[in-house]
Design a protein around this ligand. Structure first.
Ligand SMILES: NC(=O)c1ccc[n+]([C@@H]2O[C@H](COP(=O)([O-])OP(=O)(O)OC[C@H]3O[C@@H](n4cnc5c(N)ncnc54)[C@H](OP(=O)(O)O)[C@@H]3O)[C@@H](O)[C@H]2O)c1
Length: 220
């Protein structure tokens, strides 16, 4: 599969790119093409440290959208509304959102959904509302970037997925399953994304209060 990662130069982008590139063609998207090309070369060198010969292509975010039908949006939540309105030619494409809108207060981490008018919405619902005609999936929120980036780390996580229908879930599940040790589970339609996104601040609070590191999920 050809998979584009918008904001693929960041922490989660790096981890997903390194893991996905074992089985897929991975495009690194950035606001700046030169940065994307430089980071794509760095990821190749990083993979070589693990004796892996992986290839990455660096493009602008818009070029990345146009060159793939399967796209992960991996930008900070603060910039999401402004970022989305810069995108074009996305109709019919699959967009996966790992985005967690949260803030850190003196009490711990707190989920801070977006708003459309009076209504609170999840990041995935904001994407669906802005990128009309795109197919939107919510996933990967509880997979720590640092574990993905450490190719010596053996993963054994469930990835909870929200998608409007089973066919859309299946398309996203194929991408998730192409990373060894990640198991996609269908959590429900896109409205459940707010529950999935809010698991991350919950896990981080549990980690903070119990001295845990890089927490994730396995349903038993
Ligand atoms: N880190 C994790 O462990 C983790 C786990 C699960 C989910 N997430 C979610 O994944 C998303 C990405 O997290 P991250 O830690 O990878 O973020 P990050 O490293 O802070 O940023 C990712 C990329 O976003 C791009 N970016 C920054 N400002 C931007 C702007 N104003 N407009 C467009 N692009 C901009 C940058 O790429 P360029 O400068 O190259 O354009 C940057 O490399 C977040 O929404 C987060 O909630 C993260």
């Amino acid at each position: 599969m050809k998979i584009a990662i918008l904001g693929g130069t960041g922490d989660l982008g790096k981890g997903l790119a390194l893991r996905l590139a074992k089985m897929n063609e991975v495009i690194i998207g950035s606001r700046e093409k030169e940065k994307a090309e430089k980071i794509a070369e760095e990821y190749k060198k990083e993979a070589e440290k693990y004796d892996l010969n992986l290839k990455f292509i660096g493009l602008t975010n818009q070029e990345a959208v146009e060159s793939s039908d399967k796209i992960i949006i991996s930008v900070p939540h603060e910039v999401l509304p402004q970022f989305l309105i810069t995108l074009k030619n996305y109709e019919g494409k699959l967009f996966i959102s790992p985005i967690v809108p949260m803030t850190k207060t003196k009490f711990g981490f707190s989920y801070e959904p977006f708003r459309i008018g009076d209504k609170e919405v999840s990041a995935a619902e904001l994407i669906r509302s802005t990128l009309q005609g795109a197919r939107v999936v919510s996933a990967f929120h509880t997979v720590p970037a640092m574990k993905l980036s450490d190719l010596n780390a053996k993963l054994n996580y469930d990835v909870l997925v929200a998608a409007e229908d089973r066919a859309t879930f299946a398309d996203a599940a194929e991408i998730i399953s192409s990373i060894e040790g990640l198991n996609p589970l269908y959590a429900g339609k896109l409205y459940v994304s707010k529950y999935l996104e809010s698991l991350t601040p919950l896990l981080l609070n549990i980690a903070l209060n119990n001295g845990l590191h890089a927490p994730s999920l396995k349903i038993v």
